[in-house]
Design a protein around this ligand. Structure first.
Ligand code: ATP
Ligand code: MG
Length: 321
């Protein structure tokens, strides 16, 4: 787990720690870094980390999303413009490459950049200088590039949607940030981190059942989704975050194989005994059946294909309410 100035990059996952290790080794060079990962995995967090760790830390970190702006506007944002270079240009303006001078330029959603913008980016990076739109003089640039992509840029190159020469320029080092579902042991760590962040003054806990749902959920929105869920649930919860405090999609998604998978992770990482593992699976199955039927024991037993008396014995023995 690392906390660097204002950047908190929380993890205990071996692959993530390996990425951090690699970053530590290259931070001080001016090597371009390409971060690849699904939405919400922490590409921007890694960018902050790289920037603040490098000797460029005291200089600006400038971020621009290449997917959000129309090409013309994007170009003027990146390279700046001279007064009178187009209608409404009643003043000149610096571009992001200049504003980031001596610092880091973060090009987000590079996979979505239009081909003509890609050509201009390549020219700027190769020549290490830019020209304002409507300007004639060359302005030298000195930035470290960090780019982020949700897709494999290599695939885009193969499909002629991304310039190969630009790809080689931006991916001197390529770092793949694994999705949260591939590093489930980060889930409790991150959940507790966000709980502390959003409710710093309160003693608020996450119930075991909620944590087991978190452990088996697929997190398509990754860490951002987890952050939002913890933030939202902590608003409703009193003392303990329970299943009822979660958004609906969490209440009905606990399928058996996912439960078993989550328990297996506990088993592998916490050195649980076999008996405890079986108990853990039973508790989760029975609790899930109860919450799905709003506490109706006959229906819950029926759903599990179990006699009502057996069901009652079990929930009593396992102290499930
Ligand atoms: N390892 C981490 N430790 C602490 N917070 C994290 C971590 N990873 C992500 N977060 C938090 O999750 C949220 C999403 O992260 P971030 O914005 O970096 O994702 P992203 O990969 O850039 O997503 P997108 O592709 O949608 O832009 C942020 O609030 C960020 O602070
Ligand atoms: Mg981002």
């Amino acid at each position: 787990m690392g906390v660097l100035k204002s950047v908190s990059l929380i993890t205990q996952d071996a692959r993530m720690l390996d990425l951090i290790e690699r970053i530590n080794r290259i931070a001080d060079s001016d090597i371009s870094v390409l971060l690849i990962g699904e939405t919400g995995v922490g590409k921007e967090v890694f960018t902050d980390y790289i920037h603040h760790l490098s000797k460029r830390g005291p200089y600006p970190l400038v971020k621009i999303g290449l997917a959000t702006l129309p090409p013309d506007l994007l170009e003027s944002e990146l390279f700046g413009f001279e007064k009178g270079s187009f209608t409404n240009a009643d003043h000149s303006k610096k571009g992001m490459f200049e504003i980031a001078h001596l610092g880091t330029l973060f090009l987000d959603d590079i996979d979505d950049s239009p081909l003509n913008v890609q050509s201009k980016l390549l020219r700027a990076i190769e020549a290490e200088e830019i020209r304002h739109i409507g300007g004639t003089s060359a302005i030298p640039i000195n930035v470290r590039l960090v780019c982020a992509s949700k897709m494999e840029v290599k695939d885009l190159v193969d499909n002629k949607l991304f310039r190969q020469d630009l790809y080689y320029r931006i991916n001197v080092v390529e770092l793949r940030i694994p999705p949260l579902r591939e590093r489930r042991n980060d889930i409790p760590l991150l959940a507790k981190h966000f709980l502390k962040r959003y409710k710093p003054k309160e003693k608020l806990f996450i119930s075991d059942e909620v944590m087991s749902i978190f452990m088996s959920y697929d997190w398509p929105g990754n860490v951002r989704e987890l952050r939002n869920v913890v933030q939202r649930s902590s608003l409703f919860a009193e003392g303990v975050i329970k299943v009822k405090d979660l958004p609906d999609r969490f209440k009905y998604n606990n399928r058996i194989e996912k439960i078993v998978q989550a328990c297996k992770i506990c088993f592998d990482s916490n050195g649980m005994s076999y008996g405890d593992l079986i108990k853990c699976i039973e508790v989760r199955l029975l609790s899930e059946a109860m919450s799905k039927t709003n506490g109706n024991q006959s229906n819950a037993a029926k759903n599990l294909g179990m006699k009502l008396s057996t069901f009652r014995d079990k929930i009593k023995k396992l102290e499930i309410n």
